[in-house]
Design a protein around this ligand. Structure first.
Ligand SMILES: CC(C)(COP(=O)(O)OP(=O)(O)OC[C@H]1O[C@@H](n2cnc3c(N)ncnc32)[C@H](O)[C@@H]1OP(=O)(O)O)[C@@H](O)C(=O)NCCC(=O)NCCS
Length: 273
């Protein structure tokens, strides 16, 4: 059921809050709690519950596990976050040992599986901060935290935590450089400009980071309050057809079919459809 706060809303209303929300794939029914507005430009799959900050957008990709992603993030094509891990130090890395479903369709594939509590290889869901840009084909592995303002260059495989405002690249990803000097990074992390909406940042000189921070600080001192929208919880509901409603449905189908049947009789044969 789509919900804003505790209020259920329909797909059309949800589209005004999360553009492209029907492109989200909720594997295992994973619930995603999103601060509006956010945008899904391609098909993005979530396999576990997560939280998404406002003004973040996604192209095609997946987050098998992700605790949360902040505001103002840019997620390029074919990004993979928190994909499945396999055991590295067991007899085999193959799931026959712990996944009941993988091969048990065949009698030769059946075995008593290792219980879930012994599957210590699964790792921790990544956490992604605010204003993070993940370039095309970036892979973020389990257990990683990506700091506010960080960038992962195209094709990076991020295996370790990324400090705020670092640009990392390569396989495994290493720090290429920082976006700003230490004092500016410290100031950005103190001001946390992403608490505010673009509408509130109207007129801020964003192309000059020091001047932008001066202006944002001035507005905060003048009483600018953080943007705190009511989050929306997806997925889209698939309304169950109650058994009692079935005859009505059948009647409606008959009403659509009957005129054609009558027409067919009048024409003495099949209609073109
Ligand atoms: C990382 C990036 C943001 C550029 O950052 P930058 O700091 O301006 O980087 P520069 O071009 O100055 O290059 C700095 C160094 O990083 C290296 N580098 C740049 N991109 C890299 C990448 N994808 N992987 C590995 N190293 C990379 C450069 O070779 C250079 O290395 P050198 O100093 O040894 O010569 C850009 O290269 C990138 O990857 N953009 C992502 C594009 C994308 O995926 N868009 C999707 C649409 S949302």
């Amino acid at each position: 059921m789509n919900r804003v706060g505790n209020q259920p809303i329909d797909n059309a209303a949800a589209e005004l809050l999360v553009r492209g929300h029907r492109r989200i794939k909720h594997a295992n029914g994973a619930q995603v709690t999103i601060e509006p507005p956010a945008v899904f430009m391609g098909s993005f799959q979530f396999d576990s519950p997560t939280r998404v900050g406002a003004f973040t957008y996604f192209h095609d990709g997946s987050a098998v596990q992700m605790e949360s992603i902040g505001r103002y993030c840019s997620i390029a094509d074919q990004v993979s976050i928190g994909d499945y891990e396999h055991p590295v130090e067991w007899l085999s890395s193959n799931p026959f040992q712990y996944n009941d479903r993988r091969f048990s369709f065949h009698p030769a594939g059946r075995m008593t599986r290792v219980p879930e509590e012994e599957c210590d290889f699964r790792g921790i869901a990544p956490v992604i901060g605010n204003d993070v840009w993940l370039g095309a084909r970036v892979q973020v592995l389990r257990g990683v935290t990506i700091g506010d303002g960080a960038i992962a260059a195209a094709g990076a495989v991020v295996t370790r935590d990324v400090p705020p405002y670092a640009i990392v690249g390569g396989v495994p990803a290493k720090i290429i450089r920082y976006r700003f000097d230490d004092a500016t990074i410290e100031r950005l992390l103190r001001v946390r400009w992403w608490r505010f909406s673009p509408a509130q940042l109207e007129g801020v000189p964003t192309t000059d980071v020091q001047a932008a921070l001066d202006e944002i600080e001035r507005r905060i001192d003048a009483g600018m309050e953080p943007y705190e929208p009511e989050p929306i919880t997806l997925p889209v509901p698939r309304p169950p057809v109650p058994a009692a409603a079935a005859p009505g449905v059948v009647r409606r189908i008959r009403r659509t079919i009957r005129p054609r049947t009558r027409l067919r009789r009048l024409m003495g044969g099949r209609t073109k459809d």
